[in-house]
Design a protein around this ligand. Structure first.
Ligand code: PGA
Length: 257
């Protein structure tokens, strides 16, 4: 399955606390998603809620995803969940390499493996990249370059074409829109990401990739980022748990054409 539309992904992280609450938020997002014309929406709840939410009927543009998978396909790996298991629930997307997973020890090599495992099971990976901090000497660009190269190196061309990359500067995650990245800086960085991908993997691949932005996207900054940020959607954390606010973000993303 390949994607041609803009995408807004909800990363619920370790929230909410109960299935009742998860269903309430999901129900409200469903109603909003039905009204959208131009974008696809992906909800990534914690694993324990996935099966239950997947049972519900949902509009064609609303997908389910997960926040992580294991990099092996099966076996004695206590506590882990495989891509195949996720696919069998009806989910279609998986976030890989989120900075909060990387902080728990995930390396670029493991992320690379997860991308392959995801594609082989029929899941679409959303690769997260992003620097811890920015500095005047441009070291953050070197960091980003290494991350992109090591996460994608050796992947089959059929997987690289049209791959979704979520650029999430770590310093902008979990704050408020006021501390988020400016649309101009986002634009600049997306051009850099495409340039790097072009250098390593070729112009065709660079032109085919989809870049999302994540890091304190709220209703206040969503419009400016979608207009000026050169992105094809968002990865939204905390604001995706507030149903009305997330509904507004979806509207803004849908309006761009
Ligand atoms: P945030 O999270 O929107 O709460 O900053 C984004 C993310 O970590 O994916």
């Amino acid at each position: 399955m390949k994607r041609y539309r803009n995408l807004v992904v909800a990363n619920w992280k370790m929230n909410p606390e109960s299935i009742e609450e998860a269903k309430r938020i999901f129900g409200s997002i469903k109603k909003n998603a039905e009204k959208l014309k131009n974008i696809d929406v992906v909800i990534c709840p914690p694993f324990v809620f996935l099966e239950n939410l997947a049972k519900d009927k949902r509009p064609k543009n609303l997908y389910l995803g997960v926040q992580d998978i294991f990099h092996q396909t099966k076996g004695a790996f206590t506590g882990e969940v495989s891509a195949e298991m996720v696919r069998n629930t009806g989910a279609q997307y998986v976030i890989v390499g989120h900075s909060e997973r990387r902080a728990a020890g995930e390396t670029n090599e493991i992320v690379n493996r997860k991308i392959t495992v995801a594609f082989e099971s029929g899941l679409l990976p959303i690769l997260c990249v992003g620097e811890k901090e920015r500095d005047r000497d441009g070291n953050h660009l070197e960091f980003l370059k290494t991350q992109i190269k090591e996460c994608l190196i050796g992947l089959h061309k059929k997987y690289l074409v049209g791959i979704t990359v979520a650029y999430e500067p770590i310093w902008a995650i979990g704050k408020s829109y006021k501390e988020s990245m400016s649309p101009t800086d986002i634009h600049e960085t997306t051009l850099f990401i495409k340039k790097i991908i072009g250098e390593y993997f070729g112009r065709d691949i660079a032109n085919s990739i989809h870049i999302l932005y994540g890091g304190s996207v709220e209703v206040e900054n969503a419009g400016a980022i979608i207009k000026l940020g050169n992105v094809e959607g968002f990865l939204v954390g905390h604001a995706s748990l507030v149903a009305e606010e997330f509904g507004e973000i979806l509207k803004v993303a849908d309006a761009k054409r």
